[in-house]
Ligand binder design. Structure first.
Ligand code: NAD
Length: 487
């Protein structure tokens, strides 16, 4: 199925696509460097218009029952399935992923909707007779207008981390997608409307920094969720909370995989390479450092074999921009200059017929030391740095030395050694013989340390806390009952 891209991406306010701003920015496809559309660089004024539409929609939307609200998402989930090919191709075009990777995003989005529609089964309000004849009840109530700010690397899935749960729980929402990949969210709005979502419940404001700052400052936005780099997560968390909003801000990552000598060589090599090169390494769950404990050369040799099977433009997607490609290649060159050994070199990759696209091949760097920038900083490309460790204690110490804490994994056949890593690793999501340990619904997603700011996780049960507030009612209907306080 061919996909149609409008010449201009528009904001989505009160159920209509509209443009209020003259400043625009080109949207470039990383697949071949071609300009595919442009988007408005919206301002505080545009955010204000969207907030007004969300405020107007809130009373009616929030007064529906939870069971009524989830009906929209049963229909929306079906629409995601029916349109999966088109949605997949849209992600490919704007983000540069392979078809299989892009399709997996929609499948995860569907799973996230399944969690959202299960809310009436999960949220059963608590009630108890606290004194004779006196009942206390807790209900979860929506916050009002909330916002979601998303990154470029999962144009469809990350918006689904927040949108279905926040809206099903009765909030109305302002979505600010990454300015690099706004097409998927635009299509989401159309499908939500087709599913029957009332106008004003979901709004999109396109643009960059100015929109994010407006969201953090706007007095009528109650909660802000952010996913992106640590640098911006900190800015958003500080600005939103200093304006007295609740905020959860997910940041960058530097995930360590600890490989022990008893690990299954094929499975480990396969997993490590899939983790570091899947989505061209542009995943916050990607393996970035492999800590090889003791004698693991046979596994590293297999990793190089596996890595050679990853071909840019075939089973390896594009890097988001020319600037990002340059940044990744600079890291590799710097490591080489500092004495690291490049076992597989992905620099200067090109794809025939797509010479304008941005590609980096899989890169495996050995003899990396903990002080090198490739060992410490987020590279966000298909690159893995191998640090050698004498024993598991040293490996854990290296993992603990990272300022991030999104994910960590261990590869071994020993339950006892795996447990040691599970207990000591300083990360929010741990894998045992799994390279990309993303918790599936209903388990929640979120890291530790510099990978997340704020309380709770962004999905699962944790998100119910984030998107709601408790109302406590104490009731007495039998005045004749001899009750007194604490009786
Ligand atoms: P980014 O931080 O550059 O951008 C994220 C959002 O912030 C975008 O919507 C962007 O418009 C906005 N933004 C950018 N600069 C800003 C500024 N100075 N002030 C205010 N807003 C600003 O991130 P990205 O490059 O789009 O995405 C990649 C990053 O996201 C990586 O660091 C990756 O690890 C991280 N990420 C983390 C998770 C997680 O779950 N922890 C998930 C996905 C991506």
């Amino acid at each position: 199925m061919a996909i149609i891209v409008e010449p201009q991406v528009k904001n989505y306010i009160n159920g209509k696509f509209e443009i209020n701003n003259q400043d625009i920015m080109d949207i470039v496809s990383p697949l071949d460097g071609s300009i595919i559309s442009n988007l408005p660089l919206s301002t505080y004024q545009d955010v204000d218009i969207a907030v007004k539409s969300a405020i107007k929609a809130f009373p009616s939307w929030s007064s529906k029952t939870l069971k009524e609200r989830v009906q929209i998402f049963f229909r929306y989930r079906v629409l995601l399935e029916e349109n999966i090919d088109e949605l997949t191709k849209l992600i490919q075009l704007e983000n540069g992923k392979t078809y299989a990777e892009a399709k997996a995003e929609i499948e995860k989005g569907i799973e996230l909707c399944e969690f959202a529609v299960s809310m009436p089964q999960i949220i059963v309000n608590e009630i108890q007779e606290v004194s004779r004849g006196v009942e206390c009840k807790i209900e979860r109530k929506p916050l009002g207008v909330v916002a979601s700010i998303t990154p470029f690397n999962f144009p469809n899935m990350v918006p689904h981390w927040t949108m279905p749960n926040a809206i099903v729980l009765g909030n109305t929402m302002i979505m600010k997608p990454s300015e690099l990949v706004p097409l998927s969210v635009t299509r989401m709005a159309e499908l939500l409307k087709e599913a029957g979502l009332p106008d004003g419940v979901f709004n999109i404001v396109n643009g960059g920094k100015e929109v994010v700052e407006a969201i953090c400052d706007h007095p009528d936005i109650e909660a802000v969720s952010f996913v992106g780099s640590t640098k911006v997560a900190k800015i958003v968390y500080k600005r939103a909370t200093s304006n007295l909003k609740r905020c959860v801000a997910l940041g960058g990552a530097k995930n360590h995989l600890i490989v022990l000598p008893d690990a299954n060589p094929e499975m480990t090599a396969n997993n490590v390479v899939a983790s570091m090169a899947g989505c061209a390494g542009q995943r916050c769950m990607a393996a970035s450092v492999m800590v090889g404990v003791d004698k693991v050369q046979h596994i590293i040799d297999k990793m190089v074999e596996e890595g050679k099977k990853m071909v840019p433009g075939e089973n390896l997607g594009a890097i988001i921009s020319a600037e990002a490609k340059l940044r990744i290649e600079k890291y590799i060159t710097e490591a080489e200059k500092n004495g690291a050994k490049i076992l597989l070199d992905g620099r200067d990759a090109t794809v025939k017929g797509k010479e304008g696209g941005y590609y980096v091949g899989p890169t495996i760097i050995d003899q990396v030391t903990a002080d090198m920038s490739v060992a410490r900083e987020e590279i966000f490309g298909p690159v893995i740095s191998i640090i050698r460790a004498k024993n598991i204690e040293e490996a854990i110490e290296i993992e603990n030395g990272s300022e991030y804490g999104n994910a960590a994994a261990v590869f071994t056949q020993s339950g006892g050694l795996a447990k040691q890593v599970i207990e000591k690793a300083s990360a929010g999501m741990i894998g045992v013989n799994i390279g990309v340990p993303v918790p599936r619904e209903p388990f929640s997603f979120g890291g530790w340390n510099e990978s997340k700011f704020g309380i709770g996780d962004i999905t699962g049960r944790s998100s119910i806390e984030f998107w709601t507030q408790n109302k406590k009612t104490t009731t007495k209907w039998n005045p004749q009952a001899q009750t007194n306080w604490m009786s």
